[in-house]
Design a protein around this ligand. Structure first.
Ligand code: PEP
Ligand code: MG
Length: 603
């Protein structure tokens, strides 16, 4: 028998790691759509078929959603909810009915005509993420078409048999998140990963793969032509590569790497219950950044020492009304209770720039139609504390809600985007006023609640002596500190290459903020993205940082890194780096430090 040909296909790796399994090819997902002109007397029947098909898909999605394990990542629910919303949208559920009625088309035809119309609208959108949502619409429509053709929504056809212990790698033109979930849930199958010809890094299937930790390659053009059913397939998501029928040597090497990865993951899990400390015994707080109350579960799951940044503005976005004091209180109290006494730092509303309220919500604040929209320079405009000071009721409502939540846990208030001392003083006066209002209503709060400030504008980093006198803690928002120090809009891709955290000006501002906090004996944390970047851990530690706040998924890897590092040696290392002036060289030195990793202190 001829040996199967080795094939390598490239794409975009969307979850890390190696997957090895047998290929199963899925038939093209576009369906043959029957196009039939119907008689007027068949209109009712055709509409009823469409209604039944929608109902079948609705039931299927509901069933899937109710079966989601409580510890499944949030994205799993979110994607099913989105597909459910798309299904309910009048553009898909109503418009085809009109087409059946007025143009006498069969249900399938009407539905695909409408699908093309909706996709055309999506294609005109500038934003890549939103443009990609047309894929979700297509996936939902395909489920309805399947239901129309067979009465029930079809699930992907599976290979007849896999040898015991063999894993499956799906190779498809496209996969819907619901398909991935179906397969992941099946007890008789072990899904190792998948390869799709369509999709980009921000497609929902890709995001889902990432949150499930399932190695996958999307955008692998021509994969189904080059990989055959039953081929042994290796997905190397780190190298954006799929290999069908690898050589014996390759397979051996991939198996070794896959075992090493599994071993590393289980080592990381073992670190969960351990307090983070350096090799020379200095304790470090590893805190989580969260956006919604339900994210507190991820923080606990990762063993966070508290919430270092609750981005409260996410409670205010994507809605036309503003959350009431009670609604906010419930949200903050939920997190405070979940964290069981561990600190919860709630950042007051950081609205403005890239985080906006809806037009209707803005109007309810009385901003009026006269205000120039969009602002010509929103990152430098009415944002964060400036916004709150401009809308006293909005600010007071939030402060009262935070204060009330301080009764049920260890809650702290963090003010974003401070640049002036008078902003701290005004914020403190607002807190005092909110306390009085609660006192009048005989409601309880923690009278000694701490007020902290974000250092994310160079003016703040250069006013530290005044700031540390007035604040109980500092949190360095490096995402914005980089933007404002280097005059680079963090949302503008045309200057993204200049957004450089290794710029000595940025590193010096971070170092001097940490130093000022240590000197004044007030805690300082870093809560921007770089707190979770492993190559930055040694440098930040060396600058004297004792609190790192990051996305929950980064907590265990950073903890592992800290166990390898000595506080003392890191200090010397940071001293050397801070004397360097070339960002390229700094990056090179930091990367060199990362390898080879010293054995972790796991016991
Ligand atoms: C920051 O600027 O670093 C930060 C943590 O705040 P955000 O990213 O929400 O602006
Ligand atoms: Mg910020």
């Amino acid at each position: 028998m001829a040996e199967a040909k080795r094939e390598a296909v490239t794409g975009i790796g969307v979850a890390r790691g190696i997957a090895i399994g047998r290929a199963h090819l899925l038939a093209p997902s576009e369906l043959e759509v029957r196009q039939v002109a119907i008689e007027r007397r068949d209109v009712v029947h055709e509409i009823a078929r469409l209604t039944r098909a929608f109902a079948a898909v609705r039931d299927e999605l509901d069933e899937l959603r109710s079966g989601i394990a409580p510890d499944a990542p949030n994205e799993v629910r979110a994607f099913l909810d989105l597909h459910r919303l798309i299904l309910e949208d009048a553009l898909l559920s109503e418009a085809p009915r009109d087409l059946i009625r007025t143009r006498l088309m069969n249900a399938e035809w009407a539905l695909t005509i409408q699908l093309e119309e909706v996709c055309r609208q999506f294609e005109a959108i500038d934003d890549e993420y939103l443009r990609e949502r047309s894929t979700d619409v297509r996936q939902v429509v395909e489920r309805v078409l399947n239901a129309l053709s067979e009465g029930t929504p079809t699930r992907v056809a599976l290979p007849k048999k896999l040898a015991a212990g063999e894993r499956l790698v799906l190779v498809a033109r496209d996969l819907a998140p619901a398909d991935v979930l179906h397969l992941k849930d099946r007890a008789d199958l072990d899904l190792a990963g998948f390869v799709t010809e369509l999709g980009g890094p921000t497609s929902h299937t890709a995001i889902l793969a990432r949150s499930l930790g399932l190695p996958a390659i999307v955008g692998a053009d021509g994969a189904r032509a080059r990989i055959a059913e039953g081929d042994v397939v290796v997905i190397d998501a780190d190298a954006d590569l799929v290999i069908a029928n690898p050589t014996e040597d390759e397979l051996h090497e991939f198996r070794r790497r896959s075992r090493a990865e599994a071993e590393h993951r289980s080592q990381l899990r073992r670190l969960k219950g351990k307090l983070a400390r350096t090799r020379d015994g200095i304790p470090i707080d590893l805190l989580a950044n969260i956006e919604l109350p339900r994210d507190a579960r991820d923080a606990l799951e990762a063993g966070a020492d508290g919430i270092g940044l609750f981005r409260s503005e996410f409670l205010f976005m994507d809605r036309d009304d503003l959350p009431s004091e009670d609604e906010q209180f419930e949200a903050y109290a939920k997190v405070a209770r979940a964290m069981k006494g561990k600190p919860v730092v709630i950042r007051t509303l950081d609205i403005g720039a890239d985080k906006v309220l809806t037009e209707t919500a803005r109007e309810s604040l009385g901003m009026g139609r006269g205000a120039p929209r969009p602002e010509s320079n929103p990152a430098l405009g009415l944002r964060a504390i400036r916004y709150c000071l401009a809308y006293p009721d909005l600010f007071l409502t939030q402060l009262r809600a935070i204060l009330r939540a301080s009764e049920v846990g260890t809650v702290r208030i963090l003010i974003p985007m401070l640049a002036h001392v008078h902003e701290i003083e005004q914020a403190a006066a607002f807190v005092a006023r909110a306390k009085e209002q609660l006192k009048e209503r005989k409601l309880k709060y923690d009278a000694r609640i701490q007020l902290g400030g974000m250092i994310e504008v160079p003016a703040a980093a250069l006013s530290l002596p005044e700031f540390v006198q007035r604040l109980k803690f500092l949190s360095i928002g490096t995402n914005d500190l980089i933007q404002y120090t280097l005059a680079i809009d963090r949302t503008d891709s045309s200057v993204a290459h200049l957004y450089d955290q290794m710029h000595p000006a940025v590193l010096r501002l971070i170092a001097q903020t940490i130093r000022a906090g240590v000197k004044a004996r007030i805690p300082v944390s870093v809560c921007g993205e770089l707190a979770g970047e492993l190559e930055m851990t040694e440098l930040l530690l060396g600058m004297g940082l004792r609190q790192f706040s990051m996305h929950p998924s980064q907590i265990l890897p950073v903890k592992e890194r800290l166990f390898e590092l000595s506080f003392k040696d890191s200090g010397r290392f940071a001293g050397r780096v801070l004397r360097m002036s070339d960002p390229m060289k700094i990056r090179h030195v930091l990367q060199r430090e990362m390898q080879p990793a010293a054995p972790a202190v796991l016991q």
